[in-house]
Write a protein that binds this ligand. Structure first.
Ligand code: HEM
Length: 522
């Protein structure tokens, strides 16, 4: 038998055995690691056998790719919900289980758990990180707790009240454009395009007190935000763009970096300028005077904000929060508004009733402007909006990753370490919760009909500790824009039915096209 020898390397027996030992030890560690991982997956899948699962594509792919970001993908989710009713288990490849939840009773223990027991799963939003930094949407742990606390006053109704005038103005600018486009009698418009510009216009005024006139002429900053949102959505679809290093070498990656720089520079410049008006950092008299006059914008509130030790936010923190609000507030609200106009176009009887409600509210009022106190005086319009947010939720799903075992109401346990996907769309379309779920029926939200329904049956803004901080902002803006739109225009459906497209938010493929027809003043 040939002798195994490494003496030709010039090593003595002791050194030689060490050199043999090291790779052997390394290989054993690797093997042990692989075996532990395989055992962990085996154990996890054993625990998860209590959850039903739809047929897999293969053992290797699991369910990967079965849900596309398309109309078919949403129909598949509706089918999952009809079949499984509360939860099901989903495999992303052979290793990664995801528990999909679409029933309020089963959502409750996950969504209402503390932010440390069920923190956000970072994977879904990771492509936004270079743009939004550690803003509220992305941050976790103590930083998130502190910032959420410091930002809450920015969404207090005393601040929101002063934004209602801005919502009216931005809507008026959009309508002036529609009047011009419909001078021949009516116009066919992509609602997403027009309304996104309008919501960005409002946000830029509320966040920075900056008027870029973006609805009238191109704005570099607004174009960069629209481009960033589109690029992030595109990156989700392209597997080869998921690796950071590769992405940054692609043309899209370079465009992303350029747009990011532009957006950051804009925000930085505004923060610097504001700091200059407060020369010695302690002098916040100007802000206090603004607060008294109720003219505080979001940047002002962040500059005023202090933690319990009197420490203010850094410029980097303020930038991250401002960029996050610009992102989180524009597309979502535009989606909500576009789909409610679509639903009212499809249901002229509800559209007429909303219009009547608005006309009565604004009877003899000149100029026609919606005020803060009016927002609670539009009950039917609010029901129509809610029913649209149910059928077409702008954010279709959110993710949590469990840091502890979570017990479901029927005793089954979601083991620690598993990712949960809370399907807002699925819950809103669940026949066990909503009879005839595909029918647009605003009366579901009449007080009597809502009795006995779980508060988690309707969660367009999520719920629990990490719910949407901007929901009152969004509902107020949507009400103002919808009321003024119905007062001035009849909305008609297009001959071609839209196909839903769930990206970062729920869109329509190729845009959501509707007809607008100016109404003569009453
Ligand atoms: C119809 C409009 C809107 C919808 C449907 C909506 C929906 C949501 C949802 C579902 C979440 C939870 C996300 C998650 O858990 O991953 C969320 C979070 C958030 N939203 Fe909204 N949103 C809307 C408008 C707004 C507006 C107008 C703003 C700001 C002005 C805003 C700012 C935020 C922020 C900062 C968060 C993160 C909160 C946190 O984690 O503490 N949203 N939104």
């Amino acid at each position: 038998m040939p002798q195994l020898s490494i003496s030709w390397l010039g090593l003595g027996p002791a050194t030689a055995s060490l050199w043999l030992f090291l790779p052997l030890a390394g290989a054993s560690c690797l093997l042990a690691y692989i075996l532990t991982q395989i055992y962990a997956v085996y154990e996890k899948s054993h625990h998860l056998r209590i959850f039903p699962q739809p047929p897999k594509r293969s053992w290797l792919l699991g369910h990967l790719g079965l849900i596309q970001s398309s109309e078919e993908g949403l129909l598949y989710i509706q089918c999952l919900v009809r079949t499984f009713r509360d939860v099901c288990c989903w495999w992303v490849g052979p290793w990664q289980p995801v528990i999909r939840i679409f029933h309020p009773d089963f959502i409750k223990p996950v969504l209402l758990a503390s932010a440390s027991v069920a923190p956000k799963d970072p994977v879904f939003y990771r492509f936004l990180k270079p743009w939004l930094g550690d803003g509220l949407l992305m941050s976790t742990g103590d930083k998130w707790t502190l910032h959420r606390h410091m930002l809450t006053p920015a969404f207090h109704f005393n601040i929101l009240k002063s934004y209602v005038k801005i919502f009216n103005d931005s809507t008026n600018i959009m309508h002036a454009k529609w009047q011009r486009l419909a001078s021949q009698g009516s116009a066919r418009l992509d609602m997403f395009e027009h309304i996104s510009l309008m919501t960005l216009d409002s946000l830029q005024k509320c966040v920075f007190s900056f008027n870029s006139n973006c609805q009238e002429k191109p704005s570099e900053y607004i174009a960069a935000i629209l481009e960033l949102s589109a690029l992030v959505a595109k990156r989700h679809q392209k597997l080869h763009q998921h690796v950071d290093l590769l992405y940054h070498l692609t043309r899209d990656g370079m465009r992303f970096r350029k747009a990011c720089r532009l957006v950051h520079d804009f925000t930085d410049a505004i923060i610097r300028e504001r700091r200059c008006t407060l020369p010695d950092q302690r002098d916040d008299d100007l802000l206090k005077a603004k607060a008294k006059a109720k003219m505080l914008d979001f940047i002002d509130v962040l500059l005023l904000s202090k933690d319990e030790h009197g420490k203010a936010l850094s410029d980097e923190d303020i930038r991250a929060e401002a960029d996050t609000v610009m992102f989180g507030g524009h597309d979502t609200t535009a989606s909500g508004l576009s789909w409610v106009l679509y639903n009212l176009a499809k249901h002229p009887e509800y559209q007429d009733r909303c219009r009547q409600e608005v006309r009565e509210l604004l009877r003899d009022r000149e100029p026609e402007e919606i005020e803060w106190d009016d927002l609670s005086q539009l009950p039917f319009l609010t029901m129509c909006m809610k029913e649209s947010l149910r059928l077409y939720p702008p954010v279709t799903a959110i993710s949590r990753s469990c840091t502890k075992d979570i017990v479901l109401p029927d005793g089954r346990v979601i083991p620690k370490g598993v990712i949960c996907r809370i399907s807002i769309f699925g819950t809103h379309h669940n026949p066990a919760v909503w009879p005839d779920p595909e029918v647009y029926n605003p009366f579901r939200f009449e007080a009597d009909n809502a009795k006995g329904r779980s508060s988690l049956a309707f969660i367009p803004f999520s719920a629990g500790p990490r719910n949407c901080i901007g929901q009152t902002f969004a509902m107020s803006e949507m009400k103002v824009a919808l009321a003024l739109t119905l007062l001035r225009f009849r909305i008609l459906p297009d001959s071609k039915e839209p196909r839903r497209q769930p990206e970062l938010i729920l869109r329509a493929e190729g845009g959501l096209w509707l007809w607008v027809q100016p109404l003569s003043p009453q």
